[in-house]
Design a protein around this ligand. Structure first.
Ligand code: HH2
Length: 270
């Protein structure tokens, strides 16, 4: 059964929910709402990774997220969305049990902390990654699969007991790359590593969410496309989807579950 990871960004500038959950109490309340809606994991982040986002000092990132992690950890599995080792360590101490690592460099930190680790494919630092959008050697699916498999094997050998791989939809990738990765998600699933994926409200869904000739839909109007792509990922065998709209996604995954079971796709043990 595909797990649902709810997004909780304690940031002023995240592309979709930036500024909404800066207050710790409101953030924790929103996290608990996501749990009520069916989230299996709540992913707490204190630094936006959108292209051009300003880097956040370590202290500030800790200040943003630690009270929220501590408030949620007794109620739900919490992951920390960070690229900084010290922030990941502090979050695990505060109760997080997964390091969601868009840089795929914190495997040793997860190993030392005894936490799970999501290794995401990120071809370059987010501040410059638009320039790297076309730098794949022909086949984005093969490139991303080879990269993530290597990271996962290293981390497993280093003692990480729970490794997830994530193709990094929207990170240094064109819309065509993103769609190709989705279309061939089964290749990533076939590696045997549990696959996590986040399409939720991302910009490649903007043009797909409107009639031809209309301007691309803003993030808040990408619900249907987000849910459809999450359901598609579940059908392909994704083990976890990272989403803003938890209730709708949980329902969609429940609806496609019989089809997932019928295909015998990994992650279909329902
Ligand atoms: N996408 C975002 C952030 N973290 N982690 C994983 N594993 N996979 C993803 O696709 C992923 C991620 C970007 O989305 P969001 O957190 O909503 O925005 P921002 O980075 O602007 O805070």
């Amino acid at each position: 059964m595909t797990l649902v990871m709810g997004v909780l960004n304690v940031t002023p500038d995240s592309f979709s929910d930036g500024g909404r959950w800066l207050d710790h109490q409101r953030a924790a309340e929103h996290g608990l709402r996501l749990v009520t809606e069916g989230a299996d994991v709540v992913d707490v982040g204190g630094e936006s990774t959108r292209p051009g986002a300003r880097p956040v000092p370590e202290d500030e990132e800790r200040r943003r997220i630690l009270p929220v992690v501590a408030a949620l950890a007794p109620h739900v599995r919490v992951s920390v969305d960070t690229r900084k080792a010290a922030v990941a360590e502090a979050a695990v101490e505060a109760g997080a049990t997964i390091v969601n690592d868009v840089s795929a460099r914190l495997g040793p930190v997860a190993a030392a902390a005894g936490a799970g680790w999501v290794a995401m494919h990120l071809p370059a630092d987010p501040s410059v990654m638009a320039e790297y959008a076309c730098s794949y050697h022909g086949d984005v699916v093969a490139d991303v699969t080879a990269y993530l498999t290597a990271r996962a094997e290293e981390a497993w050998a280093a003692g990480v007991g729970e490794v997830w791989i994530d193709p990094g939809i929207g990170f240094g990738k064109t819309a065509a790359h993103n769609l190709r990765l989705l279309r061939h998600l089964d290749q990533l699933v076939a590696t045997g590593w549990p696959v996590a994926i986040g399409t939720s409200r991302k910009s490649f869904l903007g043009p797909l969410s409107v009639r031809q000739g209309e301007p691309p839909a803003p993030p808040a109007e990408r619900l249907e496309a987000s849910v459809a792509t999450a359901a598609w990922a579940a059908l392909q065998g994704a083990a976890m989807v990272r989403v803003h709209d938890v209730a709708a996604t949980v329902q969609a995954i429940r609806l496609v579950r019989p089809a997932v079971s019928a295909t015998g796709a990994p992650g279909s043990a329902a």
